[in-house]
Ligand binder design. Structure first.
Ligand code: HEC
Length: 306
């Protein structure tokens, strides 16, 4: 019974109101299509996936920080206003402009750097003048820099699953890594004290590739021991996450152990310093993203140190 009533009800309404019901739906489709057809003409910043992540992390912190400032202003709590503003100032912790100084265009830096300085001024004035209206006016002016930059730039990531980037990595790899990326697999396993990097052949009978893997891993493990990370930097770029910390490590801080495997070779990185452990993990993640289908991860391997 219930069924037939509801069927009748819908048959009835749809007869009377069919145009009325459909029209808004059709109109909304039209407007969606119009938006979808518009092209983003803003200037493209071509970044790698980790670089994009770095910039967007700073951005989200800028938004959170701005919200904190507004919240404190609403309570006229000028001490908190100053504190939140200073966190977005020139000494901002995750300021992407520092590591990406050579990657981001000058005009981008010229919008970003003064903005950080303005947040410092907002902080200083909030402490000295304690005038919420003055702070609001300053914040309004500073946010003009957010919107001006957003109107000018968009970020495109050139890594991740992009075949072009993968080819680029493979091509640069050819000059640095003697073995074939197609005939071998890179396995990156994070461990509690660092990580294990293995390169193994897909065909265990391929003695030539096994030999090339062993030669190369012997060479780079010797270089890494001396704090020389220039080879991976040549393939993945100088701003690889973790690289800066690894370079700063004193010799002996990280234990780098090379070992032959029946079908390739491995390098085991281990350290007691939590900052360096984190740097190794970030460095592994970056290589994993960049090598994409040429590499796999074994997640958090429980690798025992003896
Ligand atoms: C020097 C340039 C610049 C300035 C200044 C700037 N941004 Fe951005 N921001 C960008 C770019 C570029 C993007 C990526 C936009 C895109 O690809 O569409 C972005 C993205 C964002 C995002 C999106 C984050 C995400 O996870 O996707 C937020 C939020 C943001 N910005 C907030 C802010 C705030 C708040 C300010 C000012 C206090 C600000 N930005 C100042 C360049 C800037």
């Amino acid at each position: 019974m219930k069924n037939s009533i509801s069927t009748q009800f819908f048959a009835h309404t749809s007869k009377i109101n069919s145009t009325k019901l459909w029209l808004p739906f059709v109109l909304s489709l039209v407007s969606v299509t119009a938006i979808a057809n518009e092209v983003d003409k803003r200037q493209v910043l071509n970044l790698t996936e980790p670089q994009r992540h770095q910039v967007l992390t700073e951005m989200r912190e800028l938004l959170t920080g701005t919200q904190d400032i507004l919240g404190a202003l609403a309570k006229e709590d000028m001490v908190s206003v100053a504190k939140s503003a200073r966190e977005l100032g020139f000494e901002m912790k995750h300021k992407a402009e520092n590591p990406l100084h050579d990657v981001l265009p000058k005009a981008f830096m010229q919008l970003g750097m003064p903005m950080h300085k303005e947040f410092d001024l907002i902080a200083a004035d909030a402490e000295a003048l304690k005038d919420p209206k003055h702070t609001l006016q300053q914040l309004n002016a500073t946010m003009g820099k957010c919107t001006a930059c957003h109107a000018t730039y968009q970020i495109r990531s050139s890594t991740a699953t992009s075949e072009a980037r993968l080819d680029e990595v493979a091509e640069r790899g050819r000059h640095v890594m003697p073995f074939s990326l197609e005939k071998t697999t890179h396995v990156f396993s994070k461990t509690e004290q660092g990580g294990l990097q293995q390169v193994i052949v897909k065909d265990p009978k391929n003695a030539k590739q096994i030999q090339l893997i062993r030669e190369h891993l012997t060479k780079i493990s010797t270089e890494f021991k001396q704090g020389d990370f220039s080879n991976p930097a040549k393939i993945h770029g100088d701003t690889m996450p973790g690289l800066e910390e690894l370079r700063k490590a004193k010799s002996g801080d990280i234990n780098v152990a090379y070992k032959e495997l029946p079908n390739g070779a491995e390098i085991h990185y281990s350290t007691k310093d939590p900052i360096l452990i984190n740097a190794i993990h970030q460095w592994f993640d970056a290589q994993l993203t960049d090598h994409a289908r040429h590499a796999t991860s074994l997640g958090h391997a429980k690798h025992q140190m003896h």
